[in-house]
Design a protein. Structure first.
Length: 481
């Protein structure tokens, strides 16, 4: 696979030309064992468990309310997340969530580069799962490379057929699980299995099945290198003090076989620990050579660390030739200075505090919000009229929101104007609102003062006395002050 390597050497940063094949050539990574591989398996299991199990978790919300813990209910216009219920008018919470996710990604980048990409990104998780299936059926890297150009036999056709069948099943499970977040999961699952689900549900399952099958089965590293925008952003906000995967070239160079290195050391000549075994390149799911320096395509998964540590252990040499290390420490190594790790530094602390502050603000806002709301929109044409008795009248559209489970009566009042009177068209000043619903009212406000003033619309729950307020403006007729 061709990749554009952005390599940072102690002397300068430069662009390196692609070295491995073409863009169409797929990377065939070799399996590896080690602590980071185990961490990736743990992350994969955790992510898949959350994704597939979450729609089936229950959360009691009372009579007439959905009991699915996480539900995007388009029919009712609600987003349910355990004890949190988001209405369409509260879309700013989703905006806050997106900002929070962005801040967390930037904070993670400052701490450990593209560690999100290497462990938790859906593309990485499903690609790892597809690669596991491929490895179990077709063998490791060497076997798969041999089979790539070999003639097709009955056994080979069977292997390919079984592999793709399992891929399709996984992809269908992925698409099927996704649509379960938009309706009652057990009910929709039965409908999907018995052919009773809607056409839209089957369409989305088909779309997500095809995208998962294509991206995780074929595109793989191309998504992480060329399709995803995060590598470009990562290159723009690259932090030399972040703990990213780096090659300690001051220790590994010059490269050579173990025998050659021993001969050079016996002569008193310099010899590096790197034996140029290419294991770090062979296990890389992106197909890059980390020894060339930091690369914008590196997803910081640490598999090359496991591969290199295994070789160093066999050779009886210190581990950590490739490791999670700050680039500033690589430069210190060239100067024979002691390394300094500064995970806690102004950038990471300020970003971390920003994340905590935003989470706190959203949490406080959610905890303090009312289960009722009132909004007001002033009439545009006409904005004001003069009545036959000389009083000035403005019209408003008032909407009452009842987010509770039971029907509620609200008493509507207007304050801020002298000698004010209100008329609720088609109703009186006390109106009923159905449970978990809204009601729109036409309200006429009249006063004897022809003046622009702020007015407050107050809706008071008759039973509890709780009140919600919305502000607007009373506008005079032309010729008023």
């Amino acid at each position: 696979m061709a990749t554009l390597d952005i390599s940072f050497k102690p002397e300068r940063a430069h662009l390196r030309k692609p070295r491995r094949g073409t863009i169409a050539e797929r990377v065939v990574p070799q399996s590896v064992s080690g602590r980071y591989r185990r961490l990736k398996w743990a992350a994969l299991i955790a992510c898949l468990a959350v994704y597939y199990v979450l729609p089936f978790m229950r959360w009691a919300r009372g009579p007439g309310q959905p009991d699915q813990a996480v539900l995007f209910d388009f029919e009712r216009g609600r987003l349910y997340f355990f004890f949190i219920e988001i209405w369409p008018q509260e879309v700013y919470y989703l905006t806050g969530l997106l900002i929070l996710a962005t801040l967390i990604l930037i904070w993670l980048n400052a701490v450990a580069g593209r560690v999100w990409c290497g462990y938790f990104c859906p593309q990485t998780v499903w690609t790892d799962l597809f690669l596991l299936v491929e490895h179990l059926i077709e063998g490791d890297r060497r076997e798969r490379l041999k089979k790539r150009g070999a003639p097709l036999t009955a056994r080979r056709l069977l292997e390919v057929g079984v592999k793709h069948a399992i891929w399709v099943v996984i992809a269908m499970g992925t698409g099927g699980a996704f649509v379960l977040y938009f309706a009652d999961a057990p009910t929709l699952l039965v409908e999907l299995a018995t052919g009773q689900a809607s056409v839209l549900s089957y369409a989305w399952v088909g779309i997500l099945t095809s995208t998962t099958y294509t991206l995780a089965g074929f595109a793989r590293e191309q998504v992480c290198t060329w399709m995803c925008p995060w590598p470009r952003l990562q290159g723009a906000i690259w932090d030399p003090e972040a703990l990213t995967v780096n090659y300690r070239d001051y220790r590994g160079e010059p490269r050579g076989s173990a025998k050659k290195a021993a001969e050079l050391r016996a002569k008193g000549e310099p010899a590096g620990d790197c034996v140029d075994c290419m294991q770090c390149v062979n296990v890389c799911p992106i197909g890059i050579d980390i020894r060339e320096g930091p690369n914008f395509a590196c997803i910081n998964c640490g598999l090359c660390v496991d591969a290199c540590d295994g070789i160093m252990t066999k050779l009886g040499r210190p581990r950590g030739l490739i490791d999670y290390e700050a680039w500033t420490n690589i430069e210190r190594g060239h100067r024979k200075e002691s390394p300094r790790r500064r995970v806690m530094r102004p950038k990471t602390v300020s970003l971390g505090l920003s994340v905590v502050a935003l989470m706190g603000a959203m949490g406080v806002s959610l905890s303090m919000r009312s289960d009722a709301k009132v909004t007001v929109i002033h009439d545009r044409n006409p904005v004001a009229v003069r009545l036959s008795d000389g009083r000035i009248r403005n019209g408003y559209t008032v909407r009452l929101y009842n987010k509770a489970d039971g029907e509620r009566d609200f008493r509507l009042e207007v304050t801020g104007l002298p000698e004010v009177s209100i008329e609720v068209v088609g109703d009186d000043a006390t109106v009923s609102v159905a449970p978990d619903a809204t009601r729109e009212l036409r309200v006429l406000v009249s006063t004897s003062v022809n003046d622009r003033q702020a007015v407050a619309f107050t809706a008071t729950d008759v039973a509890s006395g709780a009140a919600v307020v919305a502000q607007d403006t009373f506008i005079p007729v032309e010729g008023g002050r």
